[in-house]
Design a protein around this ligand. Structure first.
Ligand SMILES: Nc1nc2c(c(=O)[nH]1)N[C@H]1C(S)=C(S)[C@@H](COP(=O)(O)O)O[C@H]1N2
Ligand SMILES: [Mo]
Length: 256
């Protein structure tokens, strides 16, 4: 981002070099992004290639202070259990309703695919990991932005515990509404990519994605998917069919 100071970038680079995190990117940063055989997608390809080539992979999005926190609307799905909502999922909507009734104590986040230790994590499990809090600006493709404070577990930590296999290249996310999405390993291992369970010092509310949502600060707001239920690590790019962004007419890569 243009607003990043040189110092922030330098710090990011230094942290990247010295950080003890055991995960190493398997050279995916220089590869071509997935193509969709559609000339209109050329713009995405150019942005993706430019970002992955010109920017240090781990440069940080700007972080703000508490006094900058603004009002923050709930957008898109604001309750996955509401039949008739645009992205209502008739299978998982009712499951969400029951989980909510039990204050998400029965909720589990599944991690599977190209990992040595597939598993599932409760909210309490996630809260036992080292947490990260960040105050960032959310930019929606519809033209508004808002600043909020997010608390959660870095996705990189969870991937490390799950033992991501060296061939892994993408991480897919499945939600309680009919939306699925994926990001590449550069974004998945970014220090500001977190599984957030807190917002502005409280538990994440239903409109903002309870119990856990993704916060992805290097792409537009729609990549920060809400209402997570399942994470799948893959070797190959998957457009995720009718639930994915591409078949719904959105850019898969929305870097800012
Ligand atoms: N599961 C799910 N995640 C989602 C959406 C959605 O409709 N469903 N909307 C996206 C869009 S377009 C935006 S701008 C943000 C809005 O997050 P908020 O409701 O916390 O403001 O969530 C994103 N994540
Ligand atoms: Mo959005």
């Amino acid at each position: 981002m243009k607003t990043n100071s040189l110092i922030t970038r330098r710090k990011a680079i230094v942290t990247g070099l010295s950080g003890g995190g055991g995960l190493v990117l398997s050279g995916c940063s220089r590869e071509l992004p997935p193509t969709y055989g559609n000339i209109l997608r050329m713009g995405d390809v150019l942005t993706y290639t430019a970002h992955r080539t010109l920017l240090p992979g781990q440069s940080l999005a700007r972080e703000y202070s508490r006094k900058d926190i603004s009002s923050f609307p709930g957008i898109g799905t604001t309750n996955p259990a509401e039949p008739g909502a645009r992205f209502y999922d008739a299978t998982h909507g009712p499951v969400y309703e029951r989980l909510r009734e039990y204050a998400f104590t029965e909720w589990r986040l599944l991690i599977e695919g190209r990992v040595a230790q597939p598993g599932s994590y409760s909210l309490a499990d996630l809260k036992r990991f080292h947490m990260r809090t960040q105050i960032t600006r959310h930019t929606c493709e519809e033209g508004w932005s808002a600043i909020g404070e997010w608390t959660g577990v870095p996705l990189s930590l969870l991937l490390e515990v799950a033992g991501v296999l060296p061939s892994a290249r993408f991480v897919s996310f499945y939600q309680f509404d009919d939306i699925a999405d994926s990001i590449d390993m550069v974004d998945a291992l970014h220090p500001q990519t977190i599984l957030a369970y807190g917002m502005n010092g409280r538990d994440l509310s239903i409109p903002h994605g309870a119990p856990v949502r993704l916060r992805m600060e290097k792409q537009l707001g729609y990549k920060s998917v809400k209402y997570l239920r399942r994470i799948v690590v893959t070797n190959e790019f998957d457009d995720l069919g009718k639930s994915g962004l591409i078949q719904n007419g959105w850019s898969w890569y929305a870097g800012i």
